[in-house]
Design a protein around this ligand. Structure first.
Ligand SMILES: Cc1ncc(COP(=O)(O)O)c(C=O)c1O
Length: 414
């Protein structure tokens, strides 16, 4: 044993691992530094969290609750499922989502602990330490957290607000080199609320094709799109580019706390067959999948939920998006990029129009301190001088929050 090790055993000095130290949530790094307290004279309205259950206005479908109760009372689902998920649960996901243009069977599905767990497995299976990964900017911060924790270099490709947040494909392609392991794309987008057109997705796939770059497609907001927009699953538009698509129950079924996500392995040319499928199977053994009750209820949840439930959710979200756009685009100093789907809107802050607001972080701090309205600064998504608003609150709460924001902006305007 080395002298160092001998000494290290003489007292209680227990360090956190390198992996733990390089794992951090970029949101916390910024939000934890906000020391401002809400104005005690005004009720706090949080438009910061992408959790549709917060206000109680988005109700889950009865099929979900019935399905869980049925499984609970059956005593059939209390044991360990296989690490990739019960066969019948994977089959239920395949039956629900298979498409003629993007066929999947139960063998192509891996269940995970939320879409977060699915993303972590996809990044882990494709990337080695020292590789690089292309991530959207602005984008969901977990991608960076997963990459950093594995020692994978992050390279950001830009989403362009002036083009409805489409990917800057030229810049994206310029980032690719021999160590680029994969690219993550997110459609519909958190934080942008954008929905990509079919042509844009085809152009993106052409870049991936040219560069033999496999894709991780984060489609957790699939189908949550507003009038005039269509959601195209990325894998349905390619016969050649291998795609790991991730999704789950969190948003479309309004149950983020149930932690059930999935990976679709879209691999029509057996590019993932040699290693990646086995790799995903191995990685699934770390956690042993999402909990058995929700898995067992999955067929009922996916197949007994009536179409009107999805329509109601979409209609409610679209009305909130419209309200947000209408009120906030009249506010001086703000620029609304009209959302096309999901539950988010990004709003540009024209700092030149404000006398004492130099950036998005100060904007959100002062807004909280003066008006008790919370939203996230765009900096947490690597997009300074924007703020992100989650518009899942009931309309009257949104109106109250937006009126306060309007007064705030007028007060600070030059
Ligand atoms: C784009 C995106 N991907 C993945 C997730 C994670 O989903 P889950 O709650 O199922 O882990 C979220 C959650 O907000 C998200 O916005």
């Amino acid at each position: 044993m080395s002298a160092h090790n001998c000494n290290s055993r003489q007292s209680w000095k227990v360090s956190a691992s390198i992996v733990a130290k390089r794992t951090s949530n970029p949101i916390r790094a910024i939000v934890d530094h906000i020391k401002v307290k809400p104005n005690v004279h005004k009720s706090v309205i949080s438009l910061a969290l992408g959790d549709p259950t917060l206000f109680g206005n988005f109700k889950i479908h009865q099929s979900c609750t019935d399905a869980i109760i049925k499984q609970l009372n059956s005593f059939q689902s209390n044991g360990y499922p296989p690490s990739t998920g019960y066969q019948h649960a994977r089959q239920a996901v395949a039956d629900k989502f298979t498409l003629p243009e993007a066929p999947v069977t139960a063998q192509d599905i891996i269940l995970a602990s939320g879409c977060s767990g699915a993303l972590d497995m996809c990044i882990a299976v494709l990337c080695n330490e020292g590789d690089n990964i292309l991530l959207p900017r602005p984008g969901f911060s977990l991608y960076q957290t997963c990459a950093d924790s594995k020692g994978v270099e992050v390279r950001y490709y830009d989403l362009l607000p002036e083009n409805n947040w489409e990917m800057d494909l030229k810049q994206l392609e310029s980032l690719i080199d021999d160590r680029t392991a994969t690219v993550v794309m997110n459609n519909p987008s958190n934080p942008c609320g954008s929905v990509f057109s079919k042509q844009h997705l085809l152009d993106f796939l052409a870049v991936c094709e040219r560069n033999h770059l496999p894709v991780i497609a984060d489609e957790i907001y699939c189908d949550l799109v507003f009038s005039g927009n269509t959601f195209y699953p990325l894998a349905s538009l390619t016969q050649t580019v291998p795609v790991l698509a991730v999704g789950g129950l969190a948003k479309k079924y309004l149950v983020p706390g149930w932690r059930l996500g999935w990976i679709f392995i879209h691999d029509r040319n057996d590019i993932f067959a040699a290693e990646v499928r086995d790799g995903l199977n191995s990685l699934s053994q770390l956690i042993l999948g999402p909990n058995s009750l929700i898995q067992a209820a999955l067929r009922d949840i996916l197949h007994n939920t009536e179409d009107s439930f999805y329509d109601d959710t979409r209609v409610q979200l679209e009305a909130n998006a419209k309200l947000s756009t209408e009120i906030l685009s009249r506010v001086p100093g703000l620029r609304v990029i009209v959302p096309q789907g999901a539950m988010y809107v990004m709003i540009g802050i024209d700092v030149a129009q404000f006398k004492d607001i130099p950036n998005d972080i100060v904007f959100t701090e002062k807004l909280l301190g003066e008006e008790s309205v919370m939203c996230l600064p765009g900096s947490v998504f690597k997009c300074p001088n924007f703020i992100r608003i989650v518009f899942t609150a009931p309309p009257e709460v949104l109106e109250d929050a937006y009126n306060r924001m309007a007064e705030f902006c007028v007060r600070h305007h030059i």
